[in-house]
Ligand binder design. Structure first.
Ligand code: CP
Ligand code: NVA
Length: 332
């Protein structure tokens, strides 16, 4: 591993896109968290922040093909606070049959530096990124992955625990996009990941393999059927909606299948003492989580929402202004 004059690990790999946590090397992931923590701390300085004008004259397009409160808001605020301009696109125009996706990407490449995309298929994202080699593409959620969420979640857990490696995170529910990115990032950071799901809703075997391939030595990724077994010894318990965006037709069947997987106080009591509760939000009190747990002191859900801003700001800085990112937030 090489080090700069300042002792900061340079970011050689995070160069073009962030489509997946798997696009990061472990050093990059740690550096995103480190830069995000500095940005969070500096934010009270407002326009006096060292990074307030770093994206001056740069444009970032947002292309959201599914609803969003947190991701859409925090990317806009992050771009503004770095001095950049937001182009908020209409998905019905840009991701429709009006013109080929490749042409949309090539058009945008004439005008903007980066495109933040929330859509259904990860393949669409990959096709978009391949069509415009000069554009930075960021995954704001697909059916398969939600990597920006995992960045915020591990910043939140690092704030809570100090050191991440060796801890255990139990995800209870659907082996979905959020679970996949948590497994990727957790394994890379040395956090043991347990995922408990009903039959037919498990984390895909391919995701487990990917996570194990990037895992720190001795880091476990384990699937469970029984949520009580999954949370035993867990330092954090995470859940997400039972029905993700785009699966609304399956809601009734999912409610029945996931009923035994609600995160309630009894399940939290089966985890480690002082275990934290996490949820990416939006949450449905009385379904995947009881109101008692969501609104309890153990719940870090609004810290997670806060950290969406800081981690995405770090990501934009590292992708669009790598030198500024390397000069910023050194340990010296
Ligand atoms: N957690 C999350 O991504 O929230 P939104 O869907 O509101 O962006
Ligand atoms: N799994 C959820 C996450 C929402 C942030 C969904 O895809 O709808």
């Amino acid at each position: 591993m090489t080090h700069t004059r300042l002792g900061v690990t340079p970011l050689h790999r995070l160069q073009k896109d962030f489509l997946s946590v798997l696009d990061l090397q472990p050093d990059d992931l740690l550096r995103v968290l480190e830069v995000a923590a500095c940005l969070k701390d500096d934010r009270r300085r407002g326009r006096q922040m060292l990074t307030a004008h770093v994206l001056g004259g740069r444009h970032v397009a947002l292309l959201f093909d599914k609803p969003s409160l947190r991701t859409h808001s925090t990317f806009q605020i992050a771009i503004h606070e770095l001095g950049g301009q937001v182009l908020d696109l209409q998905p019905g125009v840009a991701l429709s049959s009006r013109e080929p996706l490749v042409d949309v990407a090539r058009n945008l490449a004439q005008w903007v530096d980066a495109v933040v995309i929330r859509t259904f298929s990860q393949q669409v994202l990959e096709a978009f990124a391949a069509a415009a080699p000069q554009l930075h593409i960021i995954n704001a959620l697909t059916d398969q992955e939600h990597p920006c969420q995992a960045l915020a979640d591990f910043l939140t857990l690092r704030e809570r625990w100090g050191r991440l490696a060796g801890r255990t995170l139990a995800f209870i529910g659907d082996g979905n996009n959020v679970a996949a990115s948590l497994a990727h990032a957790g394994a890379m950071l040395g956090v043991h990941v347990h995922v408990a799901s009903p039959a037919g809703y498990e984390l895909p075997a391919a995701v487990v393999e990917q996570a194990l391939a990037v895992a720190r030595p001795d880091t476990r990724v384990r699937l469970f059927r029984d949520p009580v077994e999954a949370v035993a010894g867990a330092d954090a318990v995470y859940t997400d909606v039972w029905t993700s965006m785009g699966q609304e037709d399956e809601a009734e069947g999912r409610r029945a299948a996931f009923a035994p997987y609600q995160v309630n106080q009894a399940l939290m009591d089966a985890a480690a003492p002082d275990a934290a509760f996490l949820h990416c939000l939006p949450a449905h009190r009385g379904e995947e989580v009881s109101a008692e747990v969501l609104d309890s002191p153990a719940s870090l859900v609004f810290e997670q929402a806060d950290n969406r801003l800081h981690t995405q700001k770090a990501l934009l800085l590292m992708l669009l202004a790598p030198q500024a990112a390397a000069d910023y937030c050194s340990p010296d």
